[in-house]
Design a protein around this ligand. Structure first.
Ligand SMILES: C[S@@+](CC[C@H](N)C(=O)[O-])C[C@H]1O[C@@H](n2cnc3c(N)ncnc32)[C@H](O)[C@@H]1O
Length: 244
């Protein structure tokens, strides 16, 4: 079960664009070549990853099921944008060198979306999927936050994204290889921005008493980071699947 709803992001665009983490340069270095390549981004949202792809001179088309999220990507980045589900892409065969999904592949029906990606990729093309995961398990403030989330939203578990996405891609039989890269980075942010980041999550939007959760978080984080600057560590995981 996925916590929250795939369409919940539509009401969260401003918080999403303002407070979600971006992706480190090392991630874009680890991707297949981008310069001059035709890239299709799935679940592009407000374009947080798109900006990195464009900065590497990729020719990018963005898609997402949410017109509000995608509208933000189009207006801020001027990138061609098409409302579409990853499972039903409105493109002909063999149009792209690379299909990617940042923080979005866990929402899709993998066998269907992988087949769609394979269909629109040119021979030898690649599918790249990646995530930023908060890498703070064992830190009391983070463990307490996860306890509160699990108590407040019965559909949420802290391990909801801990799937073997690489094995799922292998199991489709569509790819000759699946490789994995991981990297770590961190960001520092104050409470108002951190609160917006929390509010941008689909499973926080589903909490019965979101304000009580945010109040508890504010107290907990003020104790953990008395200087007022919250240090949030991330682990980035990237899987790249190459067409058979
Ligand atoms: C967590 S956001 C990630 C947005 C962006 N890629 C980023 O890195 O910030 C997940 C996005 O996937 C989209 N999404 C969810 N299910 C989808 C599907 N089946 N097909 C296409 N987009 C989907 C949502 O609308 C949302 O914009």
């Amino acid at each position: 079960m996925r916590p929250g709803s795939a369409t919940a992001f539509e009401a969260l665009v401003d918080d999403y664009a303002a407070a979600r983490p971006t992706y480190p340069d090392a991630l874009f270095d680890a991707l297949p070549p981008l310069s001059g390549r035709d890239v299709l981004e799935l679940g592009a949202g407000t374009g947080l990853a798109t900006a990195g792809l464009l900065s590497r001179d990729a020719r990018v088309i963005v898609t997402d099921l949410g017109p509000a999220m995608l509208g933000r990507a189009r207006s801020t980045l001027g990138v061609p944008a098409v409302v579409a589900r990853a499972e039903a892409l409105p493109f002909g065969p063999a149009c792209f060198d690379l299909v990617c999904a940042a923080q979005a592949w866990h929402w899709v029906d993998v066998p269907v979306a992988a087949a769609e990606a394979a269909r629109v990729l040119r021979p030898g093309g690649q599918l790249a999927v990646w995530w930023n995961d908060v890498d703070a398990a064992g830190q009391p403030w983070f463990d307490a936050q996860q306890d509160r989330l699990e108590a407040g939203n019965p559909t949420y578990t802290r391990t909801y994204r801990a799937r073997a996405h690489d094995d799922e891609l292998r199991a489709t039989g569509l790819f000759s290889s699946v490789t994995t890269w991981t990297g770590t980075w961190s960001r520092t942010l104050d409470w108002p921005l951190y609160a917006r980041w929390l509010r941008s999550k689909s499973y926080v939007a589903q909490l019965e008493d979101q304000q009580a959760f945010l109040d508890a978080e504010q107290v907990s984080l003020a104790a953990a980071f008395p200087e007022g600057q919250i240090v949030e560590p991330f682990r980035v995981v990237l899987h790249v699947a190459t067409l058979a």
